[in-house]
Design a protein around this ligand. Structure first.
Ligand SMILES: Nc1ncnc2c1ncn2[C@@H]1O[C@H](COP(=O)(O)OP(=O)(O)OP(=O)(O)O)[C@@H](O)[C@H]1O
Length: 256
C-alpha cells in the first residue's frame, strides 16, 4: 500500500515541556489506523501538528511525499486532509440534507443566497453521502431532533463531502453507548473500504480500537512505544505496562 502521510521525528515543546518527543510514523492509503495512549500522552498535540493547528518545534510532516510542515490548516485541508472533532458541529435549525449541502457548497466554493434555489444545489450528492453513512432516511428531518449517534454519522458525512483522502478523527465514538460505538466504527471501516480513504483516529475505548483498526500506535508521555497490528500491540510488554492500572481495557479486545 502507498504511504499517504508520514510524520518524521515530530517534536512539540510547550514552554520547555516536551509533549511530543521525536515521533515518526506513516499512514498508508486505505488504512484505518488508531493512535491511542493515556490522557496527556500527546495524541491531540500530534493531531494538531498534522493538520497545521500547531507548528512542530522540530520534525516534518509529508503528505503523499510533499512537505506540509508549517502550512496553514486551511491549506492542508484543501490538500485533502479532513478532521472530525469530539464535539459535533452542525446547524441545528437546518435539515440533515441541508447540513451536507452547506458543506458541499463550501467544498465547491459556490457563492449562494439563502433562497429556495440554494437548497436544490447538490441535493443528489448530499443524499448519496447520507446513504454512505446510512442516514438517507433522515435527510429531511431537522438536525435538532437527531439522536446523538446519528449526529456523529452526519458529522462524518459532512467531513466526507470535502472528499478527503485522509481523515483524522478525534474520538469518533466519544459520548456513545458501548454498542453504538462498535456500530459507528464499523461504519467508518466500511467507508474506508468502500471509498479507499485513510483514517487516523484517537480513541479511548479499546474494544472499538482492537475490533476495527488495521494498525495501532501507542503514545506514552510523548513517545511512540508501539506501532503494529492488534496482536503485536496487545502482546507488547511496554503497552501492557502503560495500561496495567486498567487491565480490563484489553479483556474484551479482539483482532480486527
Ligand atoms: N497549550 C498547551 N500548553 C501547555 N501544555 C499543554 C498544552 N496542550 C497540551 N499540553 C500538555 O501536553 C501534554 C499532551 O497533551 P495532549 O492534549 O496532546 O494529550 P492527549 O493524549 O491528547 O490527552 P487526552 O487523551 O486527555 O486528550 C499534556 O501533559 C498536556 O497537559
Amino acid at each position: 500500500m502507498t504511504e499517504i502521510l508520514r510524520a518524521d521525528t515530530l517534536r512539540k515543546s510547550y514552554d520547555g515541556f516536551l509533549a511530543v518527543d521525536g515521533v515518526s510514523f506513516s499512514v498508508r492509503e486505505g488504512e484505518l489506523k488508531a493512535l491511542i495512549g493515556p490522557n496527556g500522552a500527546g495524541k491531540s498535540t500530534c493531531f494538531n501538528m498534522l493538520t497545521g493547528q500547531l507548528k512542530p518545534s522540530s520534525g516534518e510532516v509529508f503528505l503523499r511525499g510533499a512537505r506540509i510542515t508549517g502550512k496553514r490548516p486551511r491549506e492542508i485541508w484543501r490538500l485533502g486532509v479532513g478532521r472530525t472533532f469530539q464535539i459535533t458541529g452542525t446547524y441545528a435549525s437546518m435539515s440533515v440534507a441541508e447540513n451536507v449541502q452547506m458543506a458541499l457548497i463550501s467544498h465547491h466554493r459556490r457563492l449562494f443566497g439563502f433562497g429556495a434555489r440554494a437548497w436544490k444545489l447538490y441535493r443528489a450528492e448530499a443524499l448519496d453521502l447520507l446513504r454512505s453513512v446510512a442516514l438517507d432516511d433522515q435527510a429531511d428531518r431537522p438536525c435538532s431532533v437527531l439522536a446523538y449517534g446519528d449526529l456523529k454519522r452526519l458529522e462524518l458525512a459532512i467531513a466526507l463531502s470535502h472528499r478527503p483522502r485522509l481523515l483524522l478523527m478525534d474520538e469518533p465514538t466519544a459520548g456513545m453507548a458501548p454498542s453504538a460505538r462498535i456500530d459507528m466504527m464499523q461504519l467508518v471501516a466500511d467507508v474506508v473500504r468502500d471509498q479507499g480513504l485513510s483514517v487516523l483516529f484517537t480513541e479511548h475505548d479499546m474494544d472499538v480500537v482492537f475490533a476495527h483498526a488495521h494498525h495501532i500506535m501507542v503514545l506514552n508521555r510523548g513517545k511512540l512505544i508501539a506501532d503494529g497490528n492488534a496482536e503485536a500491540v496487545r502482546n507488547d510488554p511496554r503497552v501492557q505496562e502503560v495500561y496495567l492500572g486498567g487491565g480490563t481495557l484489553f479483556k474484551e479486545a479482539r483482532d480486527a
